[in-house]
Design a protein around this ligand. Structure first.
Ligand SMILES: [Zn+2]
Length: 335
């Protein structure tokens, strides 16, 4: 419940604002008011309602949020979309709206118009994951911390803790590594896999969760469709085909970590999160550390496991990260 200051101090900034955290994904819209329980609703998305008009879905989203947040709340939203965080403008999200809307969505302005009493702050979900990871795992003396999400897509963000910033380019972007060409020693059939963006052989096409059955099929692993459920057991039993499959899907991520560390010696901590990597857990971590630690030249000095953390499920919470960002824990900075 919102609490207002006495009337003589009724300027909006003097009110005690109820803090609301929102996680906007393609499947679920999750809302947590203050320290309360998290409410989970099906997101008004093209993923949940195929065939619906993007404009109608957007209107539904605005109505739902406007109805649920209390008066004068301060709302921090983690958005599963490429976006300009400074202006609260979403550039698009396949799971939310498919190919549309045609133009960028000024979601913060639309929400403010509908509920002007509320302070709306919107952040990309990877940035929010980074803020949550930094809050939990960064230590005094860490200069740069990277958080990589390996789930339905792949992206990373780097925080510069010496200035408490997340630097972004003129479009508000940073670390969209999922659509770079994958570094892979796999057979040509794997490296030729198509990416949801339309490209070929991208990091996401090999190393994101939805790619697993395709990589399995390209490697000739039996029953590729059921591999996601079967992989943990097959890895535990030491199945060589499962081990080869794991090595193949980890490789592009390991190469990103290796490249990051090579180019920026100020990176003191790298976190790997996201449902896919977290779900595979210890075998994923062991393979990642093994690959990152391979000594290939005089430039490799070992110690790969140091400063590399595979998150466990629930350790990184984008809702908590969005709230931390709304309080100024890190500032998204355009140069
Ligand atoms: Zn791609």
């Amino acid at each position: 419940m919102s609490t207002r200051a006495p009337a003589h101090a009724a300027d909006r900034e003097d009110r005690v604002r109820t803090e609301v955290a929102v996680d906007l994904g393609g499947t679920w819209l999750r809302i947590r008011t203050g320290p309360g329980e998290t409410v989970r609703l099906p997101a008004p998305s093209i993923l949940n309602r195929p065939g619906e008009e993007p404009a109608a879905l957007l209107e539904q989203l605005i109505e739902t949020l406007a109805d649920l947040v209390p008066a004068d709340a301060r709302v921090a939203v983690s958005c599963g979309a490429a976006m300009d965080e400074e202006h609260g403008v979403l550039h698009g999200s396949g799971p939310l709206w498919g190919g549309g809307p045609d133009r960028p969505v000024p979601l913060r302005a639309l929400l403010t118009a509908r509920r002007p009493d509320v302070s709306w702050q919107l952040f990309n979900d990877v940035t929010a994951g980074l803020a949550s990871f930094v809050e939990r795992f960064a230590r005094p003396g860490h200069r740069r911390v990277v958080y990589v999400t390996v789930s339905s897509g792949i992206a990373l963000r780097t925080a510069d803790l010496t200035e408490r910033s997340v630097p972004v380019d003129a479009h508000g972007m940073q670390g969209e590594v999922g659509h770079l060409p994958a570094v892979s020693t796999a057979p040509a059939a794997v490296r030729a896999l198509s990416c949801p963006c339309g490209g070929t052989g991208h990091v996401a096409a090999l190393a994101a969760g939805p790619a697993l059955p395709h990589v399995a099929a390209a490697l000739g692993v039996p029953d590729p469709e059921g591999i996601r459920d079967a992989l943990p057991d097959r890895l535990r039993s030491g199945d060589p085909a499962a081990r080869r499959l794991l090595g193949t899907v980890v490789e592009p991520v390991a190469e990103i970590v290796r490249t990051l560390r090579c180019l920026d010696p100020r990176i003191d901590l790298v976190g790997i999160g996201g449902g896919y990597a977290e779900g595979l857990g210890d075998p994923y971590r062991a393979e990642l550390v093994r690959q990152v630690g391979e000594v290939r030249s005089y430039a490799d000095r070992g110690g790969a496991g140091e400063g590399l953390r595979l998150c466990r499920p629930g350790e990184v919470d984008p809702m908590a990260g969005a709230v931390a960002l709304s309080r100024g824990a890190l500032t998204v900075t355009k140069r």
